[in-house]
Design a binder for this molecule. Structure first.
Ligand SMILES: [Zn+2]
Length: 325
């Protein structure tokens, strides 16, 4: 009960620490925790109840972290919303497994995985610290609501591509998939992210998409990232450091497309660009300009589409440490 009653007067956490670090700090000083940190994560009715659940989860997590840190040390959150990148901190040299995959652990103990949009959970992470038995950590996945977005005005040929270009689209998507399969040792995802461009959010991750083509509603897969409405030519900055893993000025659906790999399978993608300023293999610093906003590919007007992946799992950039609405 104590956590619930203190929630309303709690101050925001400093953004941008990894979950593992944040949770450690929260445990030391519960007054630093807040439900407001959840605001950018959830929308509508889900926000309030999930906020409450999050705080309970936080309390449980702290209890567990305090209890377990001395025993095994498994600093992951106990609860995350669908579409979250989950960043944890384990003892260097630990073996960590999630979703059948052995996760890379940095020399500092940074470890990361993604919980997809449709994941219902609970999910579990196995952590085996050097010289200890494996400990299983169960994580509750908070469901979110996915409203429908009706999009009017995209070029019809990008919604229902002619059969002749299906092969081109398949080839292009295969190239992007290869770029996303990298598992580099860099932990560029660990510091807080920054916005690649600042503007109104005009499309949200995970929402159902219905394109209106010549008066007909054409349902398409959920929106894979976040759209930021900014003027054509606005510089696009790398939200975190990384290596450019893909750059092509003319993909059929996504137009000017750049992927920046942040390490450990985490990558950002930037679509519909009017200009690309980087080359594949190039190292970029956080904040470095990688191109300019455009409306190339399937777009109704100039905007930046920012997508986030953990390998092939699509995630919500709005849930990243450092990013809030
Ligand atoms: Zn988009």
């Amino acid at each position: 009960m104590r956590v619930a009653t203190t929630a309303s007067r709690l101050k925001p956490l400093p953004q941008g620490r990894s979950y593992g670090r944040e949770f450690r700090a929260d445990c030391l000083d519960p007054s630093a925790a807040t439900g407001s940190r959840l605001k950018p994560l959830l929308h509508g009715r889900a926000r309030k109840s999930a906020g409450r659940m999050f705080l309970w989860g936080l309390a449980a997590s702290c209890a567990l972290a305090v209890g377990i840190t001395s025993a095994a040390g498994v600093p992951f959150p106990s609860e995350v919303p669908q579409g979250s990148l989950v960043i944890g901190k384990v003892a260097p040299g630990s073996e960590v497994r999630y979703a059948g995959r052995s996760l890379r652990v940095s020399a500092e103990g940074d470890v990361v995985f993604g919980v997809g949009r449709d994941e219902r959970g609970p999910v579990s992470v196995s952590v085996r610290e050097p010289g200890r038995a494996a400990a299983l950590r169960s994580i509750i996945v908070t469901p979110r609501e996915w409203p429908a977005e009706r999009v009017v005005g995209v070029p019809p040929k990008t919604v229902e591509p002619p059969p002749a270009v299906a092969e081109r689209i398949r080839r292009e998507q295969a190239r992007v998939s290869v770029a996303r399969s990298r598992d580099d040792a860099r932990a560029d995802f660990a510091p807080p992210f920054i916005w690649p461009a600042k503007g109104r959010i005009s499309g949200r991750f995970g929402n159902h998409r219905v394109y209106v083509v010549e008066g007909r509603d054409v349902p398409r897969p959920p929106h894979s990232g976040m759209d930021i409405a900014v003027a054509e030519g606005t510089p696009v900055k790398a939200p975190a450091a990384g290596i450019v893993s893909f750059a092509d000025a003319d993909l059929y659906l996504t137009g000017g497309t750049v992927l920046v790999d942040h390490g450990h399978g985490v990558s950002s993608n930037f679509l519909h660009l009017s200009r690309i300023d980087v080359k594949v293999g190039q190292r970029v610093r956080q904040g470095e300009v990688i191109g300019a906003v455009g409306k190339t590919g399937r777009a109704t007007g100039p905007h930046l589409h920012w997508g986030l992946n953990w390998f092939d799992v699509r995630l919500d950039p709005l849930l990243l440490p450092g990013i809030r609405e």
